[in-house]
Design a protein around this ligand. Structure first.
Ligand code: ADP
Length: 677
């Protein structure tokens, strides 16, 4: 490897104990028995008889998620009398892949004894005994049908250390339910050592209602080979090309084992893969490149588990977001390359802007990421940052989502769960008053709550959609406008990433081809209508992967958008007839779509100022449509008002807008008179 790597300065305590790993060709029964959790089976079953809350701490891969539910059902009798054991996950892919694995281990078909239920996809039945769900789905279940979660004997909250907004809400909800359902048992699983905090939350002094007195903590020993950590001597200039260089150089010069690369976003992953493909043309050693991120279609996500590098086969390079940090155990990894970056939403109540910010990971995350290399044998972790940077610029822990994100959707969910006063709802961390009042203000503006902050009829309808309230508002509006099929396309495109792939290479011809393709589909009003044009083109001509590549359309994003649109249509049909406006010959279609978008996103509006720049209408903050936005590249003139979907930190420090379209001032008064007058 090139000589700019510097080994970690470490003390003796930093070494992980080297024990053994489970070869994947071993029979499943044996694989289960050599997992570290197996030694704790009796202890866990005993504890659950005597305590109502169990906090289990153990390294990723020790068997918590796959084994504990099986112990409870096979030996603990927790599925007797038609009760189910439910396990929550922060991510769909984890819920699905865990269910598939456990069904396989127990020799059953998925959807039978072992099932899963995630947004838009349910594989469970009345006979299901172990069910994996996303934490968001469990909240919806409590909201829509079963407020006491009465069909579950045990709720296991997995990956609690991630402190996602939904898992925090689940913990709060469970604390409330426990006061009524004395027979309910809770298991909280965490990959870090903050166990006591979780236990205190449930059985602290405030809580007198625990039927069994207290809870307890069980620690599962880790299982790890040592991992050599190498830092860069100088920070990487461009983390994507450094990542690809490092991966290919490992591929050429190091022994067997797959490579796991951590990047902050799906966009970066797609770019890295394209760059690696270009570089590999010059290098003939075969290799498989795989992406892994949350907005990937499910069948592509599960490809990660289909091959295993214990077999003699081609090396795999997996490019993943922090999904692979603790949530999903990618098999076969011996090398980790860590960009040291993560993309997280941060909300600033002062400016009212939520931004996806790419920033440094925490030291805890860096440790978790490195650990992924030591599950199979001794591994190596290449960090694309300096040791000094880690010590000085990385926080010890990532702040929980509830302290850094927009709370509108969260408040709506709690309201729908019957929580009248959010401040009285018990949470692990209390959000700031500013963030809460901003969330309430937004819900009020949307018409979801009244002046007393009670849910309105519209609020109840909005809470039934599994998407952000502005998007569901936009969908409901489209029913009366006669363009709901098109607006469903907009809603779906907003859930995925850019539908166009801008070539990274500076080859003139490629750029010209890209421009021509975009121009043929672009609507002069901007992004939203263009989304519907891309989806319509893809369907009318049934574009396959190669045709999309030719047109610079992001095939993966397109597939996912079409999937999501059909699923959202199912939800919208509960409220009215889904109609397509189709081609109208004038721009009334474009106007109808943008007016619906405005009905959902009217608080995301910017106005053109005399200086030729845009400022947000509410707080007068300078914003710039992103260069990738169709509005920036194809609007013939600057509109006085524009609506936008989200804000991001731009490369030069400014605030950039994504999903931007021209709108008319009169629409604002029509769709949200109370807000703008
Ligand atoms: P933990 O919850 O402690 O992180 P898991 O129960 O998820 O651990 O994983 C235990 C073992 O099961 C790991 O060795 C992992 O490789 C394996 N495993 C988990 N999910 C899958 C899957 N979908 N396919 C194959 N192996 C899996």
């Amino acid at each position: 490897m090139a000589g700019f790597w510097k080994p970690e300065t470490r003390n003796e305590d930093d070494f992980w104990p080297s024990v053994f790993a489970a070869p994947s060709r071993m029979p499943l029964v044996q694989q289960r028995m050599i997992l570290p959790i197996y030694k704790h089976k009796r202890q866990i079953l005993y504890a659950l008889e005597h305590y109502s809350v169990l906090v289990i701490v153990g390294e990723t891969g020790s068997g918590k998620s796959t084994q504990i539910p099986q112990y409870l059902v096979e030996s603990g009798g927790w599925a007797a009398n038609n009760f189910q054991v439910v396990v929550t996950q922060p991510r769909r892919i984890a819920a699905v892949s865990l269910a598939q694995r456990v069904a396989q281990e127990s020799g059953t078909q998925i959807g039978g004894r072992v099932g899963y239920s995630v947004r838009f996809d349910d594989k469970s039945s009345p006979y299901t005994q172990i069910k994996y769900v996303t934490d968001g789905l469990l909240l919806r279940e409590a909201t829509l049908s079963d407020p006491l979660l009465s069909k579950y004997s045990v709720v296991m909250v997995d990956e609690a250390h991630e402190r996602s907004l939904n898992s925090d809400a689940v913990l709060g909800l469970l604390k409330k339910i426990r006061r009524v359902r004395k027979n309910l048992r809770l298991i909280v699983c965490s990959a870090t050592i903050d166990a006591q905090v979780f236990l205190n939350f449930f059985v602290g002094n405030k809580d007198g209602g625990d039927p069994l007195g207290t809870g307890t903590i069980i620690s599962v020993d880790g299982r790890h080979y040592p991992v050599d950590i190498l830092y860069m001597e100088k920070p990487a200039q461009d983390y994507i090309s450094s990542m690809v260089e490092t991966a290919l150089s490992i591929h050429r010069s190091e022994g067997p084992g797959d490579i796991l690369c951590f990047l902050p976003s799906g966009e970066d992953i797609d770019r890295a893969i394209r760059l690696a493909e270009e570089r590999l043309r010059e290098n003939s050693i075969p290799v498989v490149l795989l992406p892994l991120y949350g907005t990937l279609p499910l069948h592509m996500q599960t490809r990660i588990f289909q091959a295993d590098s214990n077999d003699e086969k081609t090396r795999r390079i997996v490019f993943a977001t922090n999904i692979a940090e603790t949530s999903v155990t990618v098999p076969g990894i011996s090398f980790v390359i860590d960009s040291g970056l993560v993309k997280l939403p941060y909300f600033d109540p002062r400016t009212g802007l939520e931004r996806l910010i790419v920033g440094p990971i925490s030291q805890a995350s860096a440790r978790q990421r490195a650990g992924r290399a030591g599950r199979l044998s001794a591994g190596k972790c290449f960090r694309l940052f300096t040791e000094d940077f880690m010590v000085k610029n990385m926080k010890v822990q990532t702040p929980p989502e509830i302290l850094r994100t927009n709370l509108a959707s969260f408040i709506l969910t709690l309201k729908a769960l019957g929580v009248e006063n959010i401040l009285a709802f018990d949470l692990m961390d209390v959000p700031s008053v500013d963030a809460l009042s901003h969330g309430l203000e937004l819900l009020f503006a949307l018409g979801a709550i009244d002046k007393q902050t009670n849910l309105t009829k519209l609020g109840i309808d909005l809470s039934k959609f599994p998407i952000e309230p502005p998007v569901s508002k936009m969908l409901l509006e489209s029913l009366s406008a006669g363009c709901s099929w098109e607006v469903l396309g907009v809603a779906a495109a907003l859930q995925v990433r850019d539908l166009f792939h801008k070539p990274r290479s500076r080859r003139q011809q490629q750029l010209l081809d890209y421009e021509a393709s975009v121009a043929s589909l672009a609507d002069p009003s901007g992004d939203h209508v263009t989304y519907t044009n891309v989806l319509a083109e893809a369907e009318d001509r049934s574009l396959d992967e190669d045709e999309c590549k030719e047109k610079y359309i992001n095939y993966i994003a397109l597939k996912r958008a079409l999937e999501v649109r059909n699923q959202l249509a199912g939800f919208l049909r509960q409220f009215g007839k889904v109609e397509a406006m189709g081609i109208t010959g004038d721009d009334s279609r474009s106007k109808a779509i943008r007016r619906c978008v405005t009905a959902g996103f009217f608080f995301n509006v910017a106005k053109l100022s005399n200086d030729g720049r845009y400022y947000t209408l509410r707080k007068n903050i300078l914003v710039v449509p992103a260069s990738t936005s169709i509005y920036a590249s194809h609007a013939p003139v600057s509109s006085e008002y524009i609506v936008y979907g989200e804000t991001m930190d731009g490369p030069r420090g400014g605030i950039e807008l994504r999903a931007v379209s021209a709108i008319e001032a009169s629409w604002l008064r029509e769709v949200a008179p109370h807000y703008w007058e």
